[in-house]
Design a protein around this ligand. Structure first.
Ligand code: GRF
Length: 203
């Protein structure tokens, strides 16, 4: 399978997916890494791995619609089977989400449906949660609301800071995201009208 990864920052999830491809744990390869921000570490990691990189700055476009239309063109030049959002910090237009329906994944650092949007770690702390985590989901038109495929849970300890939680969650991210991508690439995972199916069974 041909995978395009979208990032905005450090790219550690993208790196975990690239490594899983190289190790043969994912039946696919990352054909391009696209960032909406120049100069981020994830672009260096991708370039060092010999992967094509692209920067498409949202600041060069007057509207979200104009940006997403151009982004879609750029992505589709690479003819992806799967689009992976890995720390891509943009709200997507409905047209964009619809175009990649059933073939775009996102990772969100909360136990969805809790805490869509940003600052999830601090919000879990503020709420006094004893458990927190991360979700991988199919992307649909609604922000962070697509059907969940897999979650990982972490404990919240007394005295934890948002940064502690972020690190604990990220360790889990690097396990579950490559796993879900591997399911998709081997044809085991599908989004149907009934919902998410793994090996033909509804999740
Ligand atoms: C991750 O914590 C992910 O859950 C969130 O953004 C972060 C991206 O980290 N959506 P990285 O760029 O993969 O290191």
């Amino acid at each position: 399978a041909r995978i395009v990864v979208l990032i905005s920052g450090s790219g550690s999830n993208m790196q975990a997916i690239v490594e899983a491809c190289e190790a043969g744990r994912i039946d696919g390869h990352v054909v391009a890494v696209i960032s909406n921000k120049a100069g981020v570490r994830g672009l260096d990691i991708a370039a060092e791995a010999g992967i094509a990189t692209e920067v498409l700055s949202h600041k060069d476009y007057p509207t979200r619609e104009a940006y997403d239309a151009e982004l879609q063109k750029l992505i589709d030049n690479y003819r992806p089977d799967l689009v992976v959002l890995a720390g891509f910090m943009r709200i997507l237009t409905a047209d964009f989400a619809t175009h990649y329906h059933g073939r775009m994944l996102n990772i969100h650092p909360s136990l969805l449906p809790k805490y869509t949007g940003i600052n999830t770690h601090q919000r879990a702390l503020d709420a006094g949660d004893t458990e927190h985590g991360v979700s991988v989901h199919f992307v649909t038109e609604e922000l962070d609301a697509g059907p969940v495929i897999l979650q990982a849970r972490v404990p919240v300890f007394e005295g934890d800071t948002a940064q502690d939680l972020q690190q604990r969650v990220q360790t889990q991210e690097h396990g579950i995201y490559p796993l879900v991508v591997s399911w998709f690439c081997s044809g085991r995972l599908k989004l149907t009208d009934a919902g998410v199916e793994l090996d033909g069974e509804l999740l």
